[in-house]
Design a protein around this ligand. Structure first.
Ligand code: PLP
Length: 399
């Protein structure tokens, strides 16, 4: 990935930065930063309201991203693209409307045991509120779900399956196409959390036939505070709005309100317009590089890093699925993950330590925390070598 690094201004500011925390948030290319800046400098006005030309320009820029997301995910229609503040917001939208209205006493929502808290707690709260049951599909010590267990977990009480495409802690890539087929064979709709897969996996919602899919802009080289919920038109039309206010209405009197059609029905208030414009630039960036090219690069780095880490005595990799994305969790015996992160940080090697918003995974492995390295388009073999050097330094300190 020659020259890619030069497209990211953060590396001009910190030439020696080894950024291995892209699963948390990706760095932003010039084009994304410039697009946000240009919006404020040249197009700034509120959307969908003004008649004057500048307002029309702002609306056009905002809606152009909806069209880009439509192409990017291959959604049948732009109406099925809802802008949210991120994956968490998208999950909460579906949980507080679709799930809350469908789940009754004794009904079930199926998730996997490797969900990020964002794709766990909202469903758990719905079940608690409605007397439903959260059914959790386990994974094995390698970090792999069994499709047989998944199939068994779906009963005639299942109202929804919510599953992550890629685990943000284990790196496991789940076979979502097979899972959707199994769930649909039992007439159960599926929500896919694509937060960790969107940057490196081509997502075609029609080919997958997925019912809902969510991602965050900031994990796709885009801005924070903006994300997407895709939903099949038939579901979105059947759902009541979850937030009320401007932008989402057709007609209001003191007696009643008629709501706007989708997608506006779910976009109450002034949205993150500049963020949405930045997301459009991020999609352009990803498409200019190509997700398959990004995936190939990350796969090569993953292989190289996994081999190098395996050669370190006293290091255990947590999550050894065959199908893995560019995420490696590990522990270094004798050193707390937070100490590892602190010492590496002093050498400009940015990695994450903690439970990664997946406490049930930590419970499963009986660990308080792991060190997590995550790879992206701007990383190279040299970054991995610096990581390994840093880890050896940590070992020398704790020896
Ligand atoms: N789901 C997964 C798999 C994630 O990795 C994350 C963030 O790390 C989220 C959901 C939540 O994303 P956000 O904080 O952008 O809403």
């Amino acid at each position: 990935m020659k020259n890619i690094r030069s497209l990211f201004p953060i590396f001009k500011e910190y030439p020696n930065l080894v950024y291995l925390d892209s699963a948390s948030t990706t760095q932003k290319p010039h084009s994304v930063i410039d697009a946000e800046l240009a919006f404020y400098q040249k197009q700034n006005a509120n959307v969908h309201r003004g008649i004057y030309p500048l307002a029309a320009k702002a609306t056009q820029a905002y809606e152009a991203t909806r069209e880009k997301v439509k192409q990017f995910l291959n959604t049948p229609s732009v109406k099925e693209v809802i802008f949210t503040s991120g994956t968490t917001d998208s999950v909460n939208l579906v949980a507080s409307t679709f799930a809350l209205d469908r789940v009754g006493e004794g009904d079930e929502v199926v998730i996997s045991a490797m969900e990020h808290h964002a794709n766990l707690i909202p469903w758990q709260q719905v079940c608690l509120q409605k007397g439903g049951k959260l059914v959790v599909v386990p994974f094995d010590t390698e970090g792999v779900l069994s499709l047989a267990d998944f199939e068994k977990a779906i009963t005639d009480r299942t109202k929804l399956v919510a599953v992550t495409h890629v685990s943000n802690t284990l790196g496991t890539v789940n076979p979502i196409a097979d899972m959707i087929k199994i769930a649909h064979s039992k007439n159960v709709p599926v929500f896919v959390d694509a937060a960790q897969s969107v940057a490196s996996h081509v997502l075609d919602v029609q080919a997958l036939d997925v019912d809902f899919l969510a991602f965050s802009g900031h994990k796709l080289f885009g801005p924070t505070g903006v994300g997407v919920l895709y939903g099949k038109e038939k579901w979105l039309n059947s759902m009541r709005p979850h937030r009320f206010g401007g932008e989402m209405i057709r007609d209001v009197t003191f007696k009643r309100t008629l709501f706007a059609p989708i997608p506006q029905k779910f976009e109450a208030g002034t949205p993150n317009i500049a963020g949405v414009v930045g997301l459009g630039a991020a999609i352009d960036f990803v498409e200019s590089v190509g997700q398959t090219v990004i995936k190939k690069h990350v796969d090569e780095l993953l292989k190289y890093a996994t081999n190098a880490l395996k050669n370190i005595e006293g290091l255990d990799i947590i999550g050894q699925a065959k199908e893995k994305s560019g995420i490696i969790s590990f522990i270094l015996r004798g050193a707390h993950p937070h100490d590892v992160a602190t010492i590496l940080g002093q050498q400009e090697v940015c990695i994450r330590a903690g439970h990664h918003c997946t406490q049930p995974i930590m419970d499963f492995y009986e660990l308080p925390a792991t060190v997590r390295v995550s790879l992206s388009v701007y990383n190279d073999f040299d970054d991995i070598d610096k990581l390994i050097k840093g880890l050896k330094k940590v070992q020398a300190i704790f020896a």
